[in-house]
Write a protein that binds this ligand. Structure first.
Ligand code: PNS
Length: 169
């Protein structure tokens, strides 16, 4: 059985992420989507449990997906879970430098290869951070995230009763 690992912050999952997960699921027997527990980039908007729950709902049409979380080194998680390959989406050249460096480091640490999928063009501008920013100021992100995630964003920013880890909404 061939297992792929799609890691990320997923704060929140976008249609760009979902596209990569769906396409990975066609190439591998099983895909583990691993949500990082404490992303370093920013303070999270959504809690780990919320990010996992939104991913579960958004991927329920796929039978070979497992949602997990991890902390520490990705390659330690990958080894513990018998992962054969890491899969990442590449949106643009700007992603490439950092992704190449991480792929080479992960390969050096563990021998596990990273496969890159080119993001579908309609999603190439999408990022979780932009989605958060647009939603925060009332912009329409309904065509950029799964329906359940859009509902959560609207609820979070319109009603101001966020389960978010971030203080100010
Ligand atoms: O969605 P993101 O924030 O772009 O995902 C980045 C992530 C979580 C895949 C990356 O930061 C990561 O793998 N972090 C785990 C820590 C680690 O293994 N660092 C060494 C990478 S070479």
């Amino acid at each position: 059985m061939r297992t792929a690992l799609c890691p990320g912050s997923f704060d929140p999952v976008t249609l760009g992420h979902l596209d990569i997960i769906e396409r990975s699921s066609r190439h591998f027997d099983e895909v583990i989507v691993a949500v990082i527990r404490n992303p370093q980039k920013t303070q999270s908007l959504f809690s780990l449990e919320d990010r996992q729950q939104m991913l579960k709902e958004a991927t329920q049409h796929l039978s070979n997906i497992r949602i997990e979380f991890f902390k520490g080194l990705l390659v330690d998680f990958a080894r513990d879970h018998g992962v054969d390959a890491i899969v990442k989406g590449l949106r643009a050249v700007s992603d490439f430098d950092q992704e190449l460096q991480m792929a080479q480091m992960n390969q050096r640490l563990s021998g596990i290869d990273t496969f890159f999928l080119s993001t579908s063009p309609q999603h190439s501008f999408l990022s979780s951070s932009l989605v958060r920013e647009v939603a925060r100021f009332g912009g329409d992100v309904s065509g950029m995230v799964p329906g359940n995630v859009n509902d959560r964003l609207v609820e979070t920013f319109q009603n101001g009763r966020s389960t978010a880890a971030e203080g100010e909404v």
